[in-house]
Design a protein around this ligand. Structure first.
Ligand code: ZN
Ligand code: ZN
Ligand code: FE
Length: 780
């Protein structure tokens, strides 16, 4: 996700006659609302060039005239010295005849209806603003809404385009003369910075204490800090929504937050004042450090430093802490006195509901959870959660893509018609694509309740509004039970546009291809928890010959009956039972040590066995996620799961690299490549019975599964003649598996595509759906 598409620079080399030349540059990408014209103006001045610059829909057009070497230097500097937030996707240049201008002018914008628009994501406070914030002589000293062209809110305060103050939630704040002067001065850092504000004219901070006392401005901050110090929970309004905050070293406070939020086991994110503070409790280095300090300022999942320095309830059972650095002036002010090692900063909602964004709504929904509210009067127009990345030796894996990244477009190699892909069911995102721009929405959530479904609809409406795209086709998952699928069916009917239903794992692999800007056929390894298969069974560990328009199933994990269907996700012991019954028959219970069987009451195992033998509610599943669940259950880690993926997380937390593999089987059975985990499970049962430590078994299982997948990929490549393997699906959030499999495939001389900008989990599905939909509609 850290890597943006590289700019293509096509500069014509025709030399002009005479001692003056004129050249037109057209720059496309994210170049509006990021200080690009002032940058061009300053650069032209420095190089003594005359000419013009103007914004047009989709880019900036520049003409410069002057000394040939200065014009050449100008072209080079456009790429190398661009403002921090600018993303240049294409830069073209063309020589013109000199016109003899005497000045450099900024011309009025030229808007072409229907052309693609890009809006910048919200960006962390820049070093210049931070300096003003901490400078007692500056008029913005300690002002929590300080921002400039290089930082601050964008996407979440934009109601519609063009991106001008009246179209943002800064509309109710008329600029004071000082701010207006900065706004209109092309040499100022705040030239045309729409959210520009100061204590005189901008938003005001407010704190409401548990006792109902209301404090404003700097006193609000004092009040909030006092509450946090006392172990209270404070709801804090951020860029994309409210956080619930408390002292991350205060176990009692953290526990209370969990209870009130009804979030019993998932790890909680924390914020620390500086990188140095982060290092006190987590291991971050190299790219992990860069990510933390990047303008997107995401949550980075970084290994815990042991012994744990934060309260045990912050991230129980997880190998990592989710950490981030302050990304608004308000956050910086919270840490200014250095009294907190870290604050828990978890999204301000009840578990499973969307983030709170509105002051009144927050007071209603968060009332029972927090003790005080630290909010303000600048509205958040669309919610946007914190992004989450997992740092690995192979680069960062996006786990949740939202603030700081959405709505940055993914540039597509082939243009698509305007279309909307609605994603999956869990970790939903949507993708609105048009031309060569595919915009993946911020994380929306699990579409399991009314509130999230409303949030889903609101984000679609907002995206269509700010991107000015009206879809001419829809894409969705093939699962008839997904609410997103049902929504898409209804909407396609209403609009009278085609609907393309895309197989789940096909969408995963194509998302990975698009993420890597790679569009030739690949061997796809799609590993996740659950996806609707073409044969009506549950798929989740698939070897697919994949092109953008088609996926053919070459192989898969040997399926097992999943007794209880979805209930098996919450109760991994069921999956373990099913696996063992496959391997050992009816008497499978005798193979298990009491430590594994005892936590499960009385006759549950027998009931399970009968369900399978009678085929009662036991759909077939070939799911990698469920295999991890079974292994975790075998090690007694997680007989019951509070959320999908918890057992796999616990298993990974125990494992380390460099272990010997167990026996495994992956080979062709006729036309089908079958990955049979039975030899591996048998060996693990023996080890568990022999008292081998769980950490050893977990490590060896990871190594074995990586090799199983490697063999499957090699066999599939041999048969298809392909040399590129794409890895996608939620299972590849597993750092150990991801790193090891990439290494193994490298050793075989295969090219590996893995996710970099969009999540491998279902949060990336919509991108794949959009690309598949276009390919399939094209083929019709
Ligand atoms: Zn700034
Ligand atoms: Zn002002
Ligand atoms: Fe999936």
């Amino acid at each position: 996700m850290a890597t943006e598409p590289t700019a293509t620079c096509e500069v014509s080399t025709t030399s002009a006659t005479g001692d003056r030349v004129r050249r037109r540059f057209v720059v496309e990408g994210i170049v509006q609302g990021v200080g690009f014209r002032p940058f061009v103006h300053r650069l032209a001045g420095e190089l003594r060039l005359t000419g013009t610059v103007l914004n047009f829909t989709g880019g900036v057009e520049i003409e410069v005239e002057g000394d040939p070497s200065a014009v050449a230097a100008f072209g080079a500097a456009l790429l190398t010295e661009k403002p921090p937030l600018a993303v240049i996707e294409t830069l073209t240049a063309e020589d013109l005849s000199p016109a003899g201008d005497t000045d450099f002018l900024i011309l009025p914008s030229r808007e072409a209806p229907g052309a693609p628009v890009s809006i910048s994501p919200d960006i962390a406070t820049c070093p210049d603003c931070l300096r003003e914030l901490t400078d007692p002589a500056d008029r913005r000293h300690r002002y929590p809404f300080t921002n400039c062209t290089n930082c601050g809110p964008r996407y979440t305060i934009t109601r519609r385009i063009p991106y001008d103050r009246p179209n943002t939630s800064m509309a109710p704040f008329p600029m004071c003369p000082d701010c207006a002067r900065e706004y209109h001065d092309i040499t100022d850092r705040r030239y045309h910075a729409q959210p520009v504000a100061c204590p005189r004219c901008g938003p005001t901070l407010r704190f409401t204490s548990r006792e109902g006392q209301v404090l404003t401005a700097d006193m609000a901050l004092v009040g909030a800090l006092k509450a946090l110090r006392a172990g209270q929970i404070v709801a804090i309004k951020g860029l994309g929504g409210f956080h619930l905050a408390c002292d991350a070293t205060n176990e009692e406070a953290v526990r209370r937050l969990r209870e009130r939020k009804r979030r019993e086991e998932k790890p909680l994110a924390v914020m620390a004042g500086s990188l140095g503070e982060v290092r006190r409790f987590a291991v971050v280095e190299g790219e992990g450090e860069e990510l933390l300090q990047s303008p997107a300022a995401p949550i980075v999942l970084a290994p815990k430093r042991l012994p744990e320095a934060l309260a045990p309830s912050v991230a129980p059972g997880s190998p990592d802490y989710g950490v981030m650095l302050p990304y608004t002036p308000l956050h910086h002010l919270l840490f200014a006195d250095g009294e907190f090692v870290a604050l828990v900063m978890t999204s301000g909602n009840l578990s499973e509901e969307p983030l709170c964004t509105d002051n009144a709504e927050a007071r209603l929904r968060l009332d029972g959870i927090c003790d005080g509210f630290l909010d303000h009067d600048r509205d958040i127009l669309i919610g946007c959660d914190d992004s989450v990345l997992r740092w690995t030796q192979r680069g960062a894996i996006p786990v949740r893509r939202a603030r700081g990244y959405a709505p940055l477009p993914i540039r597509l190699a082939r243009p698509v018609r305007p279309l909307l892909a609605v994603g999956g069911h869990l970790k939903n995102t949507v993708c609105l694509a048009s031309g060569t721009n595919a915009v993946l929405s911020q994380h929306i959530g699990d579409l399991e309740n009314e509130a999230t479904l409303r949030h889903f609809a609101a984000i679609i409406t907002h995206l269509q509004c700010v991107l000015q795209v009206a879809p001419q086709a829809l894409a969705c998952d093939r699962h008839p039970g997904y609410l997103s699928t049902q929504w898409a069916c209804e909407r396609a009917d209403e609009l009278g546009v085609p609907l393309v239903e895309v197989q789940h794992h096909h969408a995963h692999i194509v998302a990975c291809m698009a993420d890597n800007d790679y569009y030739d056929p690949v061997v796809g390894l799609a590993c996740d928890g659950t996806g609707y298969g073409d044969d009506g069974t549950i798929w989740g560990c698939e070897v697919l010959w994949t092109s953008t328009g088609e996926a053919r199933r070459l192989g898969h994990l040997r399926p097992i009956p999943l007794p209880g269907g979805d209930a098996a996700i919450r109760e991994p012991w069921r999956v373990l039972g099913a696996y063992l019954r496959e391997a050992y028959g009816e008497d499978f219970l005798e193979t298990l040590p009491p430590a594994v069987t005892h936590p499960i009451p009385g006759d549950s195992w027998q009931v399970l066995s009968r369900m399978i033998s009678r085929g009662l509610n036991s759909p077939l599943a070939s799911s990698a996620g469920r295999l991890f669940d079974a292994v975790a259950a075998l090690l007694g880690l997680c007989p019951r799961a509070a959320f999908e993926g918890q057992p796999a997380m616990a298993l990974e937390a125990l494992a380390s690299a460099g272990a010997d593999p167990y026996p495994y089987a992956a080979g062709w059975q006729g036309q089908e490549l079958v990955l049979d985990p039975r030899p591996t499970l048998g060996a693990m049962v023996d080890e568990v019975n022999a008292g081998t430590p769980a950490a050893v078994v977990a490590s060896r299982f990871h190594e074995t599964f990586a090799r199983t997948l490697r063999d499957a990929a090699v066999l599939a490549c041999e048969r298809t003649g392909l040399q590129t393997v794409a890895l996608s699906g939620g299972t590849f959030q597993n750092r150990l598996l991801h790193e090891r499999l990439c290494d193994l495939l490298d050793e075989c001389g295969l090219r590996v595509l893995h996710h970099r900008r969009v999540p491998p989990n279902d949060g990336g599905l919509a991108l794949g759906q959009a690309v598949v939909a276009e390919a399939q509609l094209d083929g019709i």
